[in-house]
Design a protein around this ligand. Structure first.
Ligand code: FRU
Length: 494
């Protein structure tokens, strides 16, 4: 019976998608090469996995409208993480544990078990006195059609953990055991709970993996935990932690005791629009992370879903990034090498001097492009260099390298008439001879990677097509740019 109800709800959603998708496809603000849903609203990446020869991305999804509501799981597959085939929705609300207004099938992960593809997700109801969250299972024989486990939920919140702050299971296998980390809160401090299981259905609490002592908020959403080199990495998106939207901890982990001893922490991305990242292992051993890009900081206004809402959609994923660990335990987040396959119309320049006079640069058609360059710090005496991006019609976004104050900032106050704010981070350039910069611009977003992919800013800007100029200038001296290369980007979604 319940199997039928989910099927009916998926078919109903699918009909809605089919009627709207062609119209939405032509939306002016649609991305050219960032992953998006066909219609409606999407948020977190869920269930990322390389399974039977394809990349599978699932995502938090409301197929009906361009705003957050009762959550389904969208599903798409790809050979290269660039071009996507949409599959039928994987999950729709249908059960007492996931079937209430503003609840649904919340975030979770995927794993292969017993020859089947398993999804573990948070069933959420809203009975009027807050969300009730439990951990649930669904599985599939063919990796396309899923069935919820009859014995759901498989896990409820332990004593002391509020039932509305117990969500987002990320599962992995080690030896013969399954492990799962889940976001939670205790006495208004965030924590990551570690569980283990022999069969995916029976779960025992193992340990608290890490917890906030006030510095990282009251709740961690979408925790993720994995081995990288000889270290272990915990990532999460903290709620109630100011400008921190995606944090990483690096340390040592002991499977005997469940103790995670971390000694390094950092920010995955300082921009306004990078949230709830999840990672998975590519077949060649790369650890790949994908984050959700959305106007999260405007959420308190609740009713302002941003400009794309008017086109019937909202939300996309940031570019997949390979996570690498440096010798000192800090992490790098490098756009996957697959991105190079989209390059067209290259421009190269060996070296040039930038002064206080604005200089035009060329990168694709100026809207959708990739740009790489270095600032030669030994030959630069300017206090500040500004890259002015998506400029035109009196609007611009300014990426500012302020050497005097060691600050990198991205200012979108004049970007599009809607976006606001300046994201800031500290540049650590002592002893370095150059600063590397790598930028991806798409129709509605900018991703700026600097300093060996350790100081990154991802922010949405809803700039029009005529905002297609790119300029650079220096202040208080001159700057030398070396190794300039730029490309237009081939379309993946039109
Ligand atoms: C993070 C999040 C998750 C939750 C999901 C609901 O963006 O709030 O904690 O599972 O979104 O859509």
């Amino acid at each position: 019976m319940s199997r039928e109800l989910m099927q009916q709800n998926i078919e109903k959603a699918q009909r809605e998608i089919d009627t709207k998708k062609e119209m939405i496809k032509n939306g002016k603000m649609r991305q050219h090469y960032h992953f998006m849903a066909q219609t409606g609203w999407m948020n977190d990446p869920n269930g990322l996995i390389y399974y039977k020869g394809k990349y599978h991305f699932f995502y938090q999804y409301n197929p009906y409208n361009g705003f957050w509501d009762s959550m389904h799981w969208g599903h798409a597959v790809s050979d290269d993480m660039l071009h996507w085939e949409y599959l039928p929705l994987a999950l729709a609300p249908s059960e007492p544990y996931d079937n209430h207004l503003r609840g649904g099938c919340f975030s979770g992960s995927a794993i292969e078990h017993d020859g089947r593809l398993f999804l573990m997700f948070t069933g959420t109801t809203n009975e009027g006195d807050g969300f009730e969250q439990t951990q649930c299972i669904a599985y599939s024989e063919d990796g396309i059609h899923f069935e919820k486990y009859e014995g759901n939920p498989v896990l409820t919140a332990p004593d002391g953990i509020p039932t509305d702050r117990f969500r987002d299971p990320k599962v992995w296998k080690h030896g013969n055991m399954y492990y799962m980390v889940c976001g939670a809160s205790r006495d208004n401090n965030a924590l990551a709970l570690l569980y283990r299981s022999e069969d995916m259905f029976h779960w025992d609490f193992f340990n608290v993996l890490a917890e906030s002592r006030g510095e990282w908020g009251f709740m961690w959403e979408c925790p993720d935990f994995y081995r990288l080199g000889d270290k272990y990495v915990l990532t999460f998106s903290p709620m109630g932690s100011g400008e921190h939207t995606a944090v990483y901890l690096v340390g040592d982990f002991d499977y005997e005791t469940g103790k995670f001893d971390y000694h390094v922490n950092g920010e995955i991305d300082w921009g306004f629009d990078f949230y709830a990242p999840q990672s998975f292992l590519a077949p060649d051993g790369r650890r790949i992370m994908v984050g959700w890009s959305n106007e999260w900081e405007w959420m308190p206004l609740w009713k302002d879903w941003g400009p794309t809402y008017k086109e019937g959609w909202c939300g996309f994923f940031n570019l997949p990034r390979e996570v690498r660990v440096m010798e000192d335990g800090t992490l790098q987040f490098v756009p996957v090498a697959e991105m190079e396959m989209l390059r067209e119309n290259p421009e190269y320049q060996d070296s040039f001097v930038v002064t206080e006079e604005e200089k035009e640069l060329k990168a694709g058609e100026g809207v959708s492009f990739e740009l790489k360059m270095k600032i030669d710090l030994e030959k630069t005496d300017a206090d500040k260099v500004e890259l002015i991006i998506r400029c035109g019609e009196g609007k611009k976004t300014v990426c500012r390298f302020d050497f005097k104050n060691s600050e990198l900032s991205v200012d979108r106050n004049e970007a599009d008439g809607w976006s606001r704010g300046v994201s800031r981070s500290t540049m650590f350039l002592k002893g370095k001879s150059e600063l590397d910069i790598h930028i991806f611009s798409d129709q509605s977003s900018l991703e700026i990677f600097t300093d060996r992919y350790q100081n990154n800013h991802s922010s949405n800007i809803f700039a029009g097509d005529r905002q297609n100029q790119l300029k650079i200038r220096a202040y208080g001296g001159s700057a030398v740019i070396s190794g300039y290369e730029s490309y237009g980007m081939k379309e993946c979604f039109r």
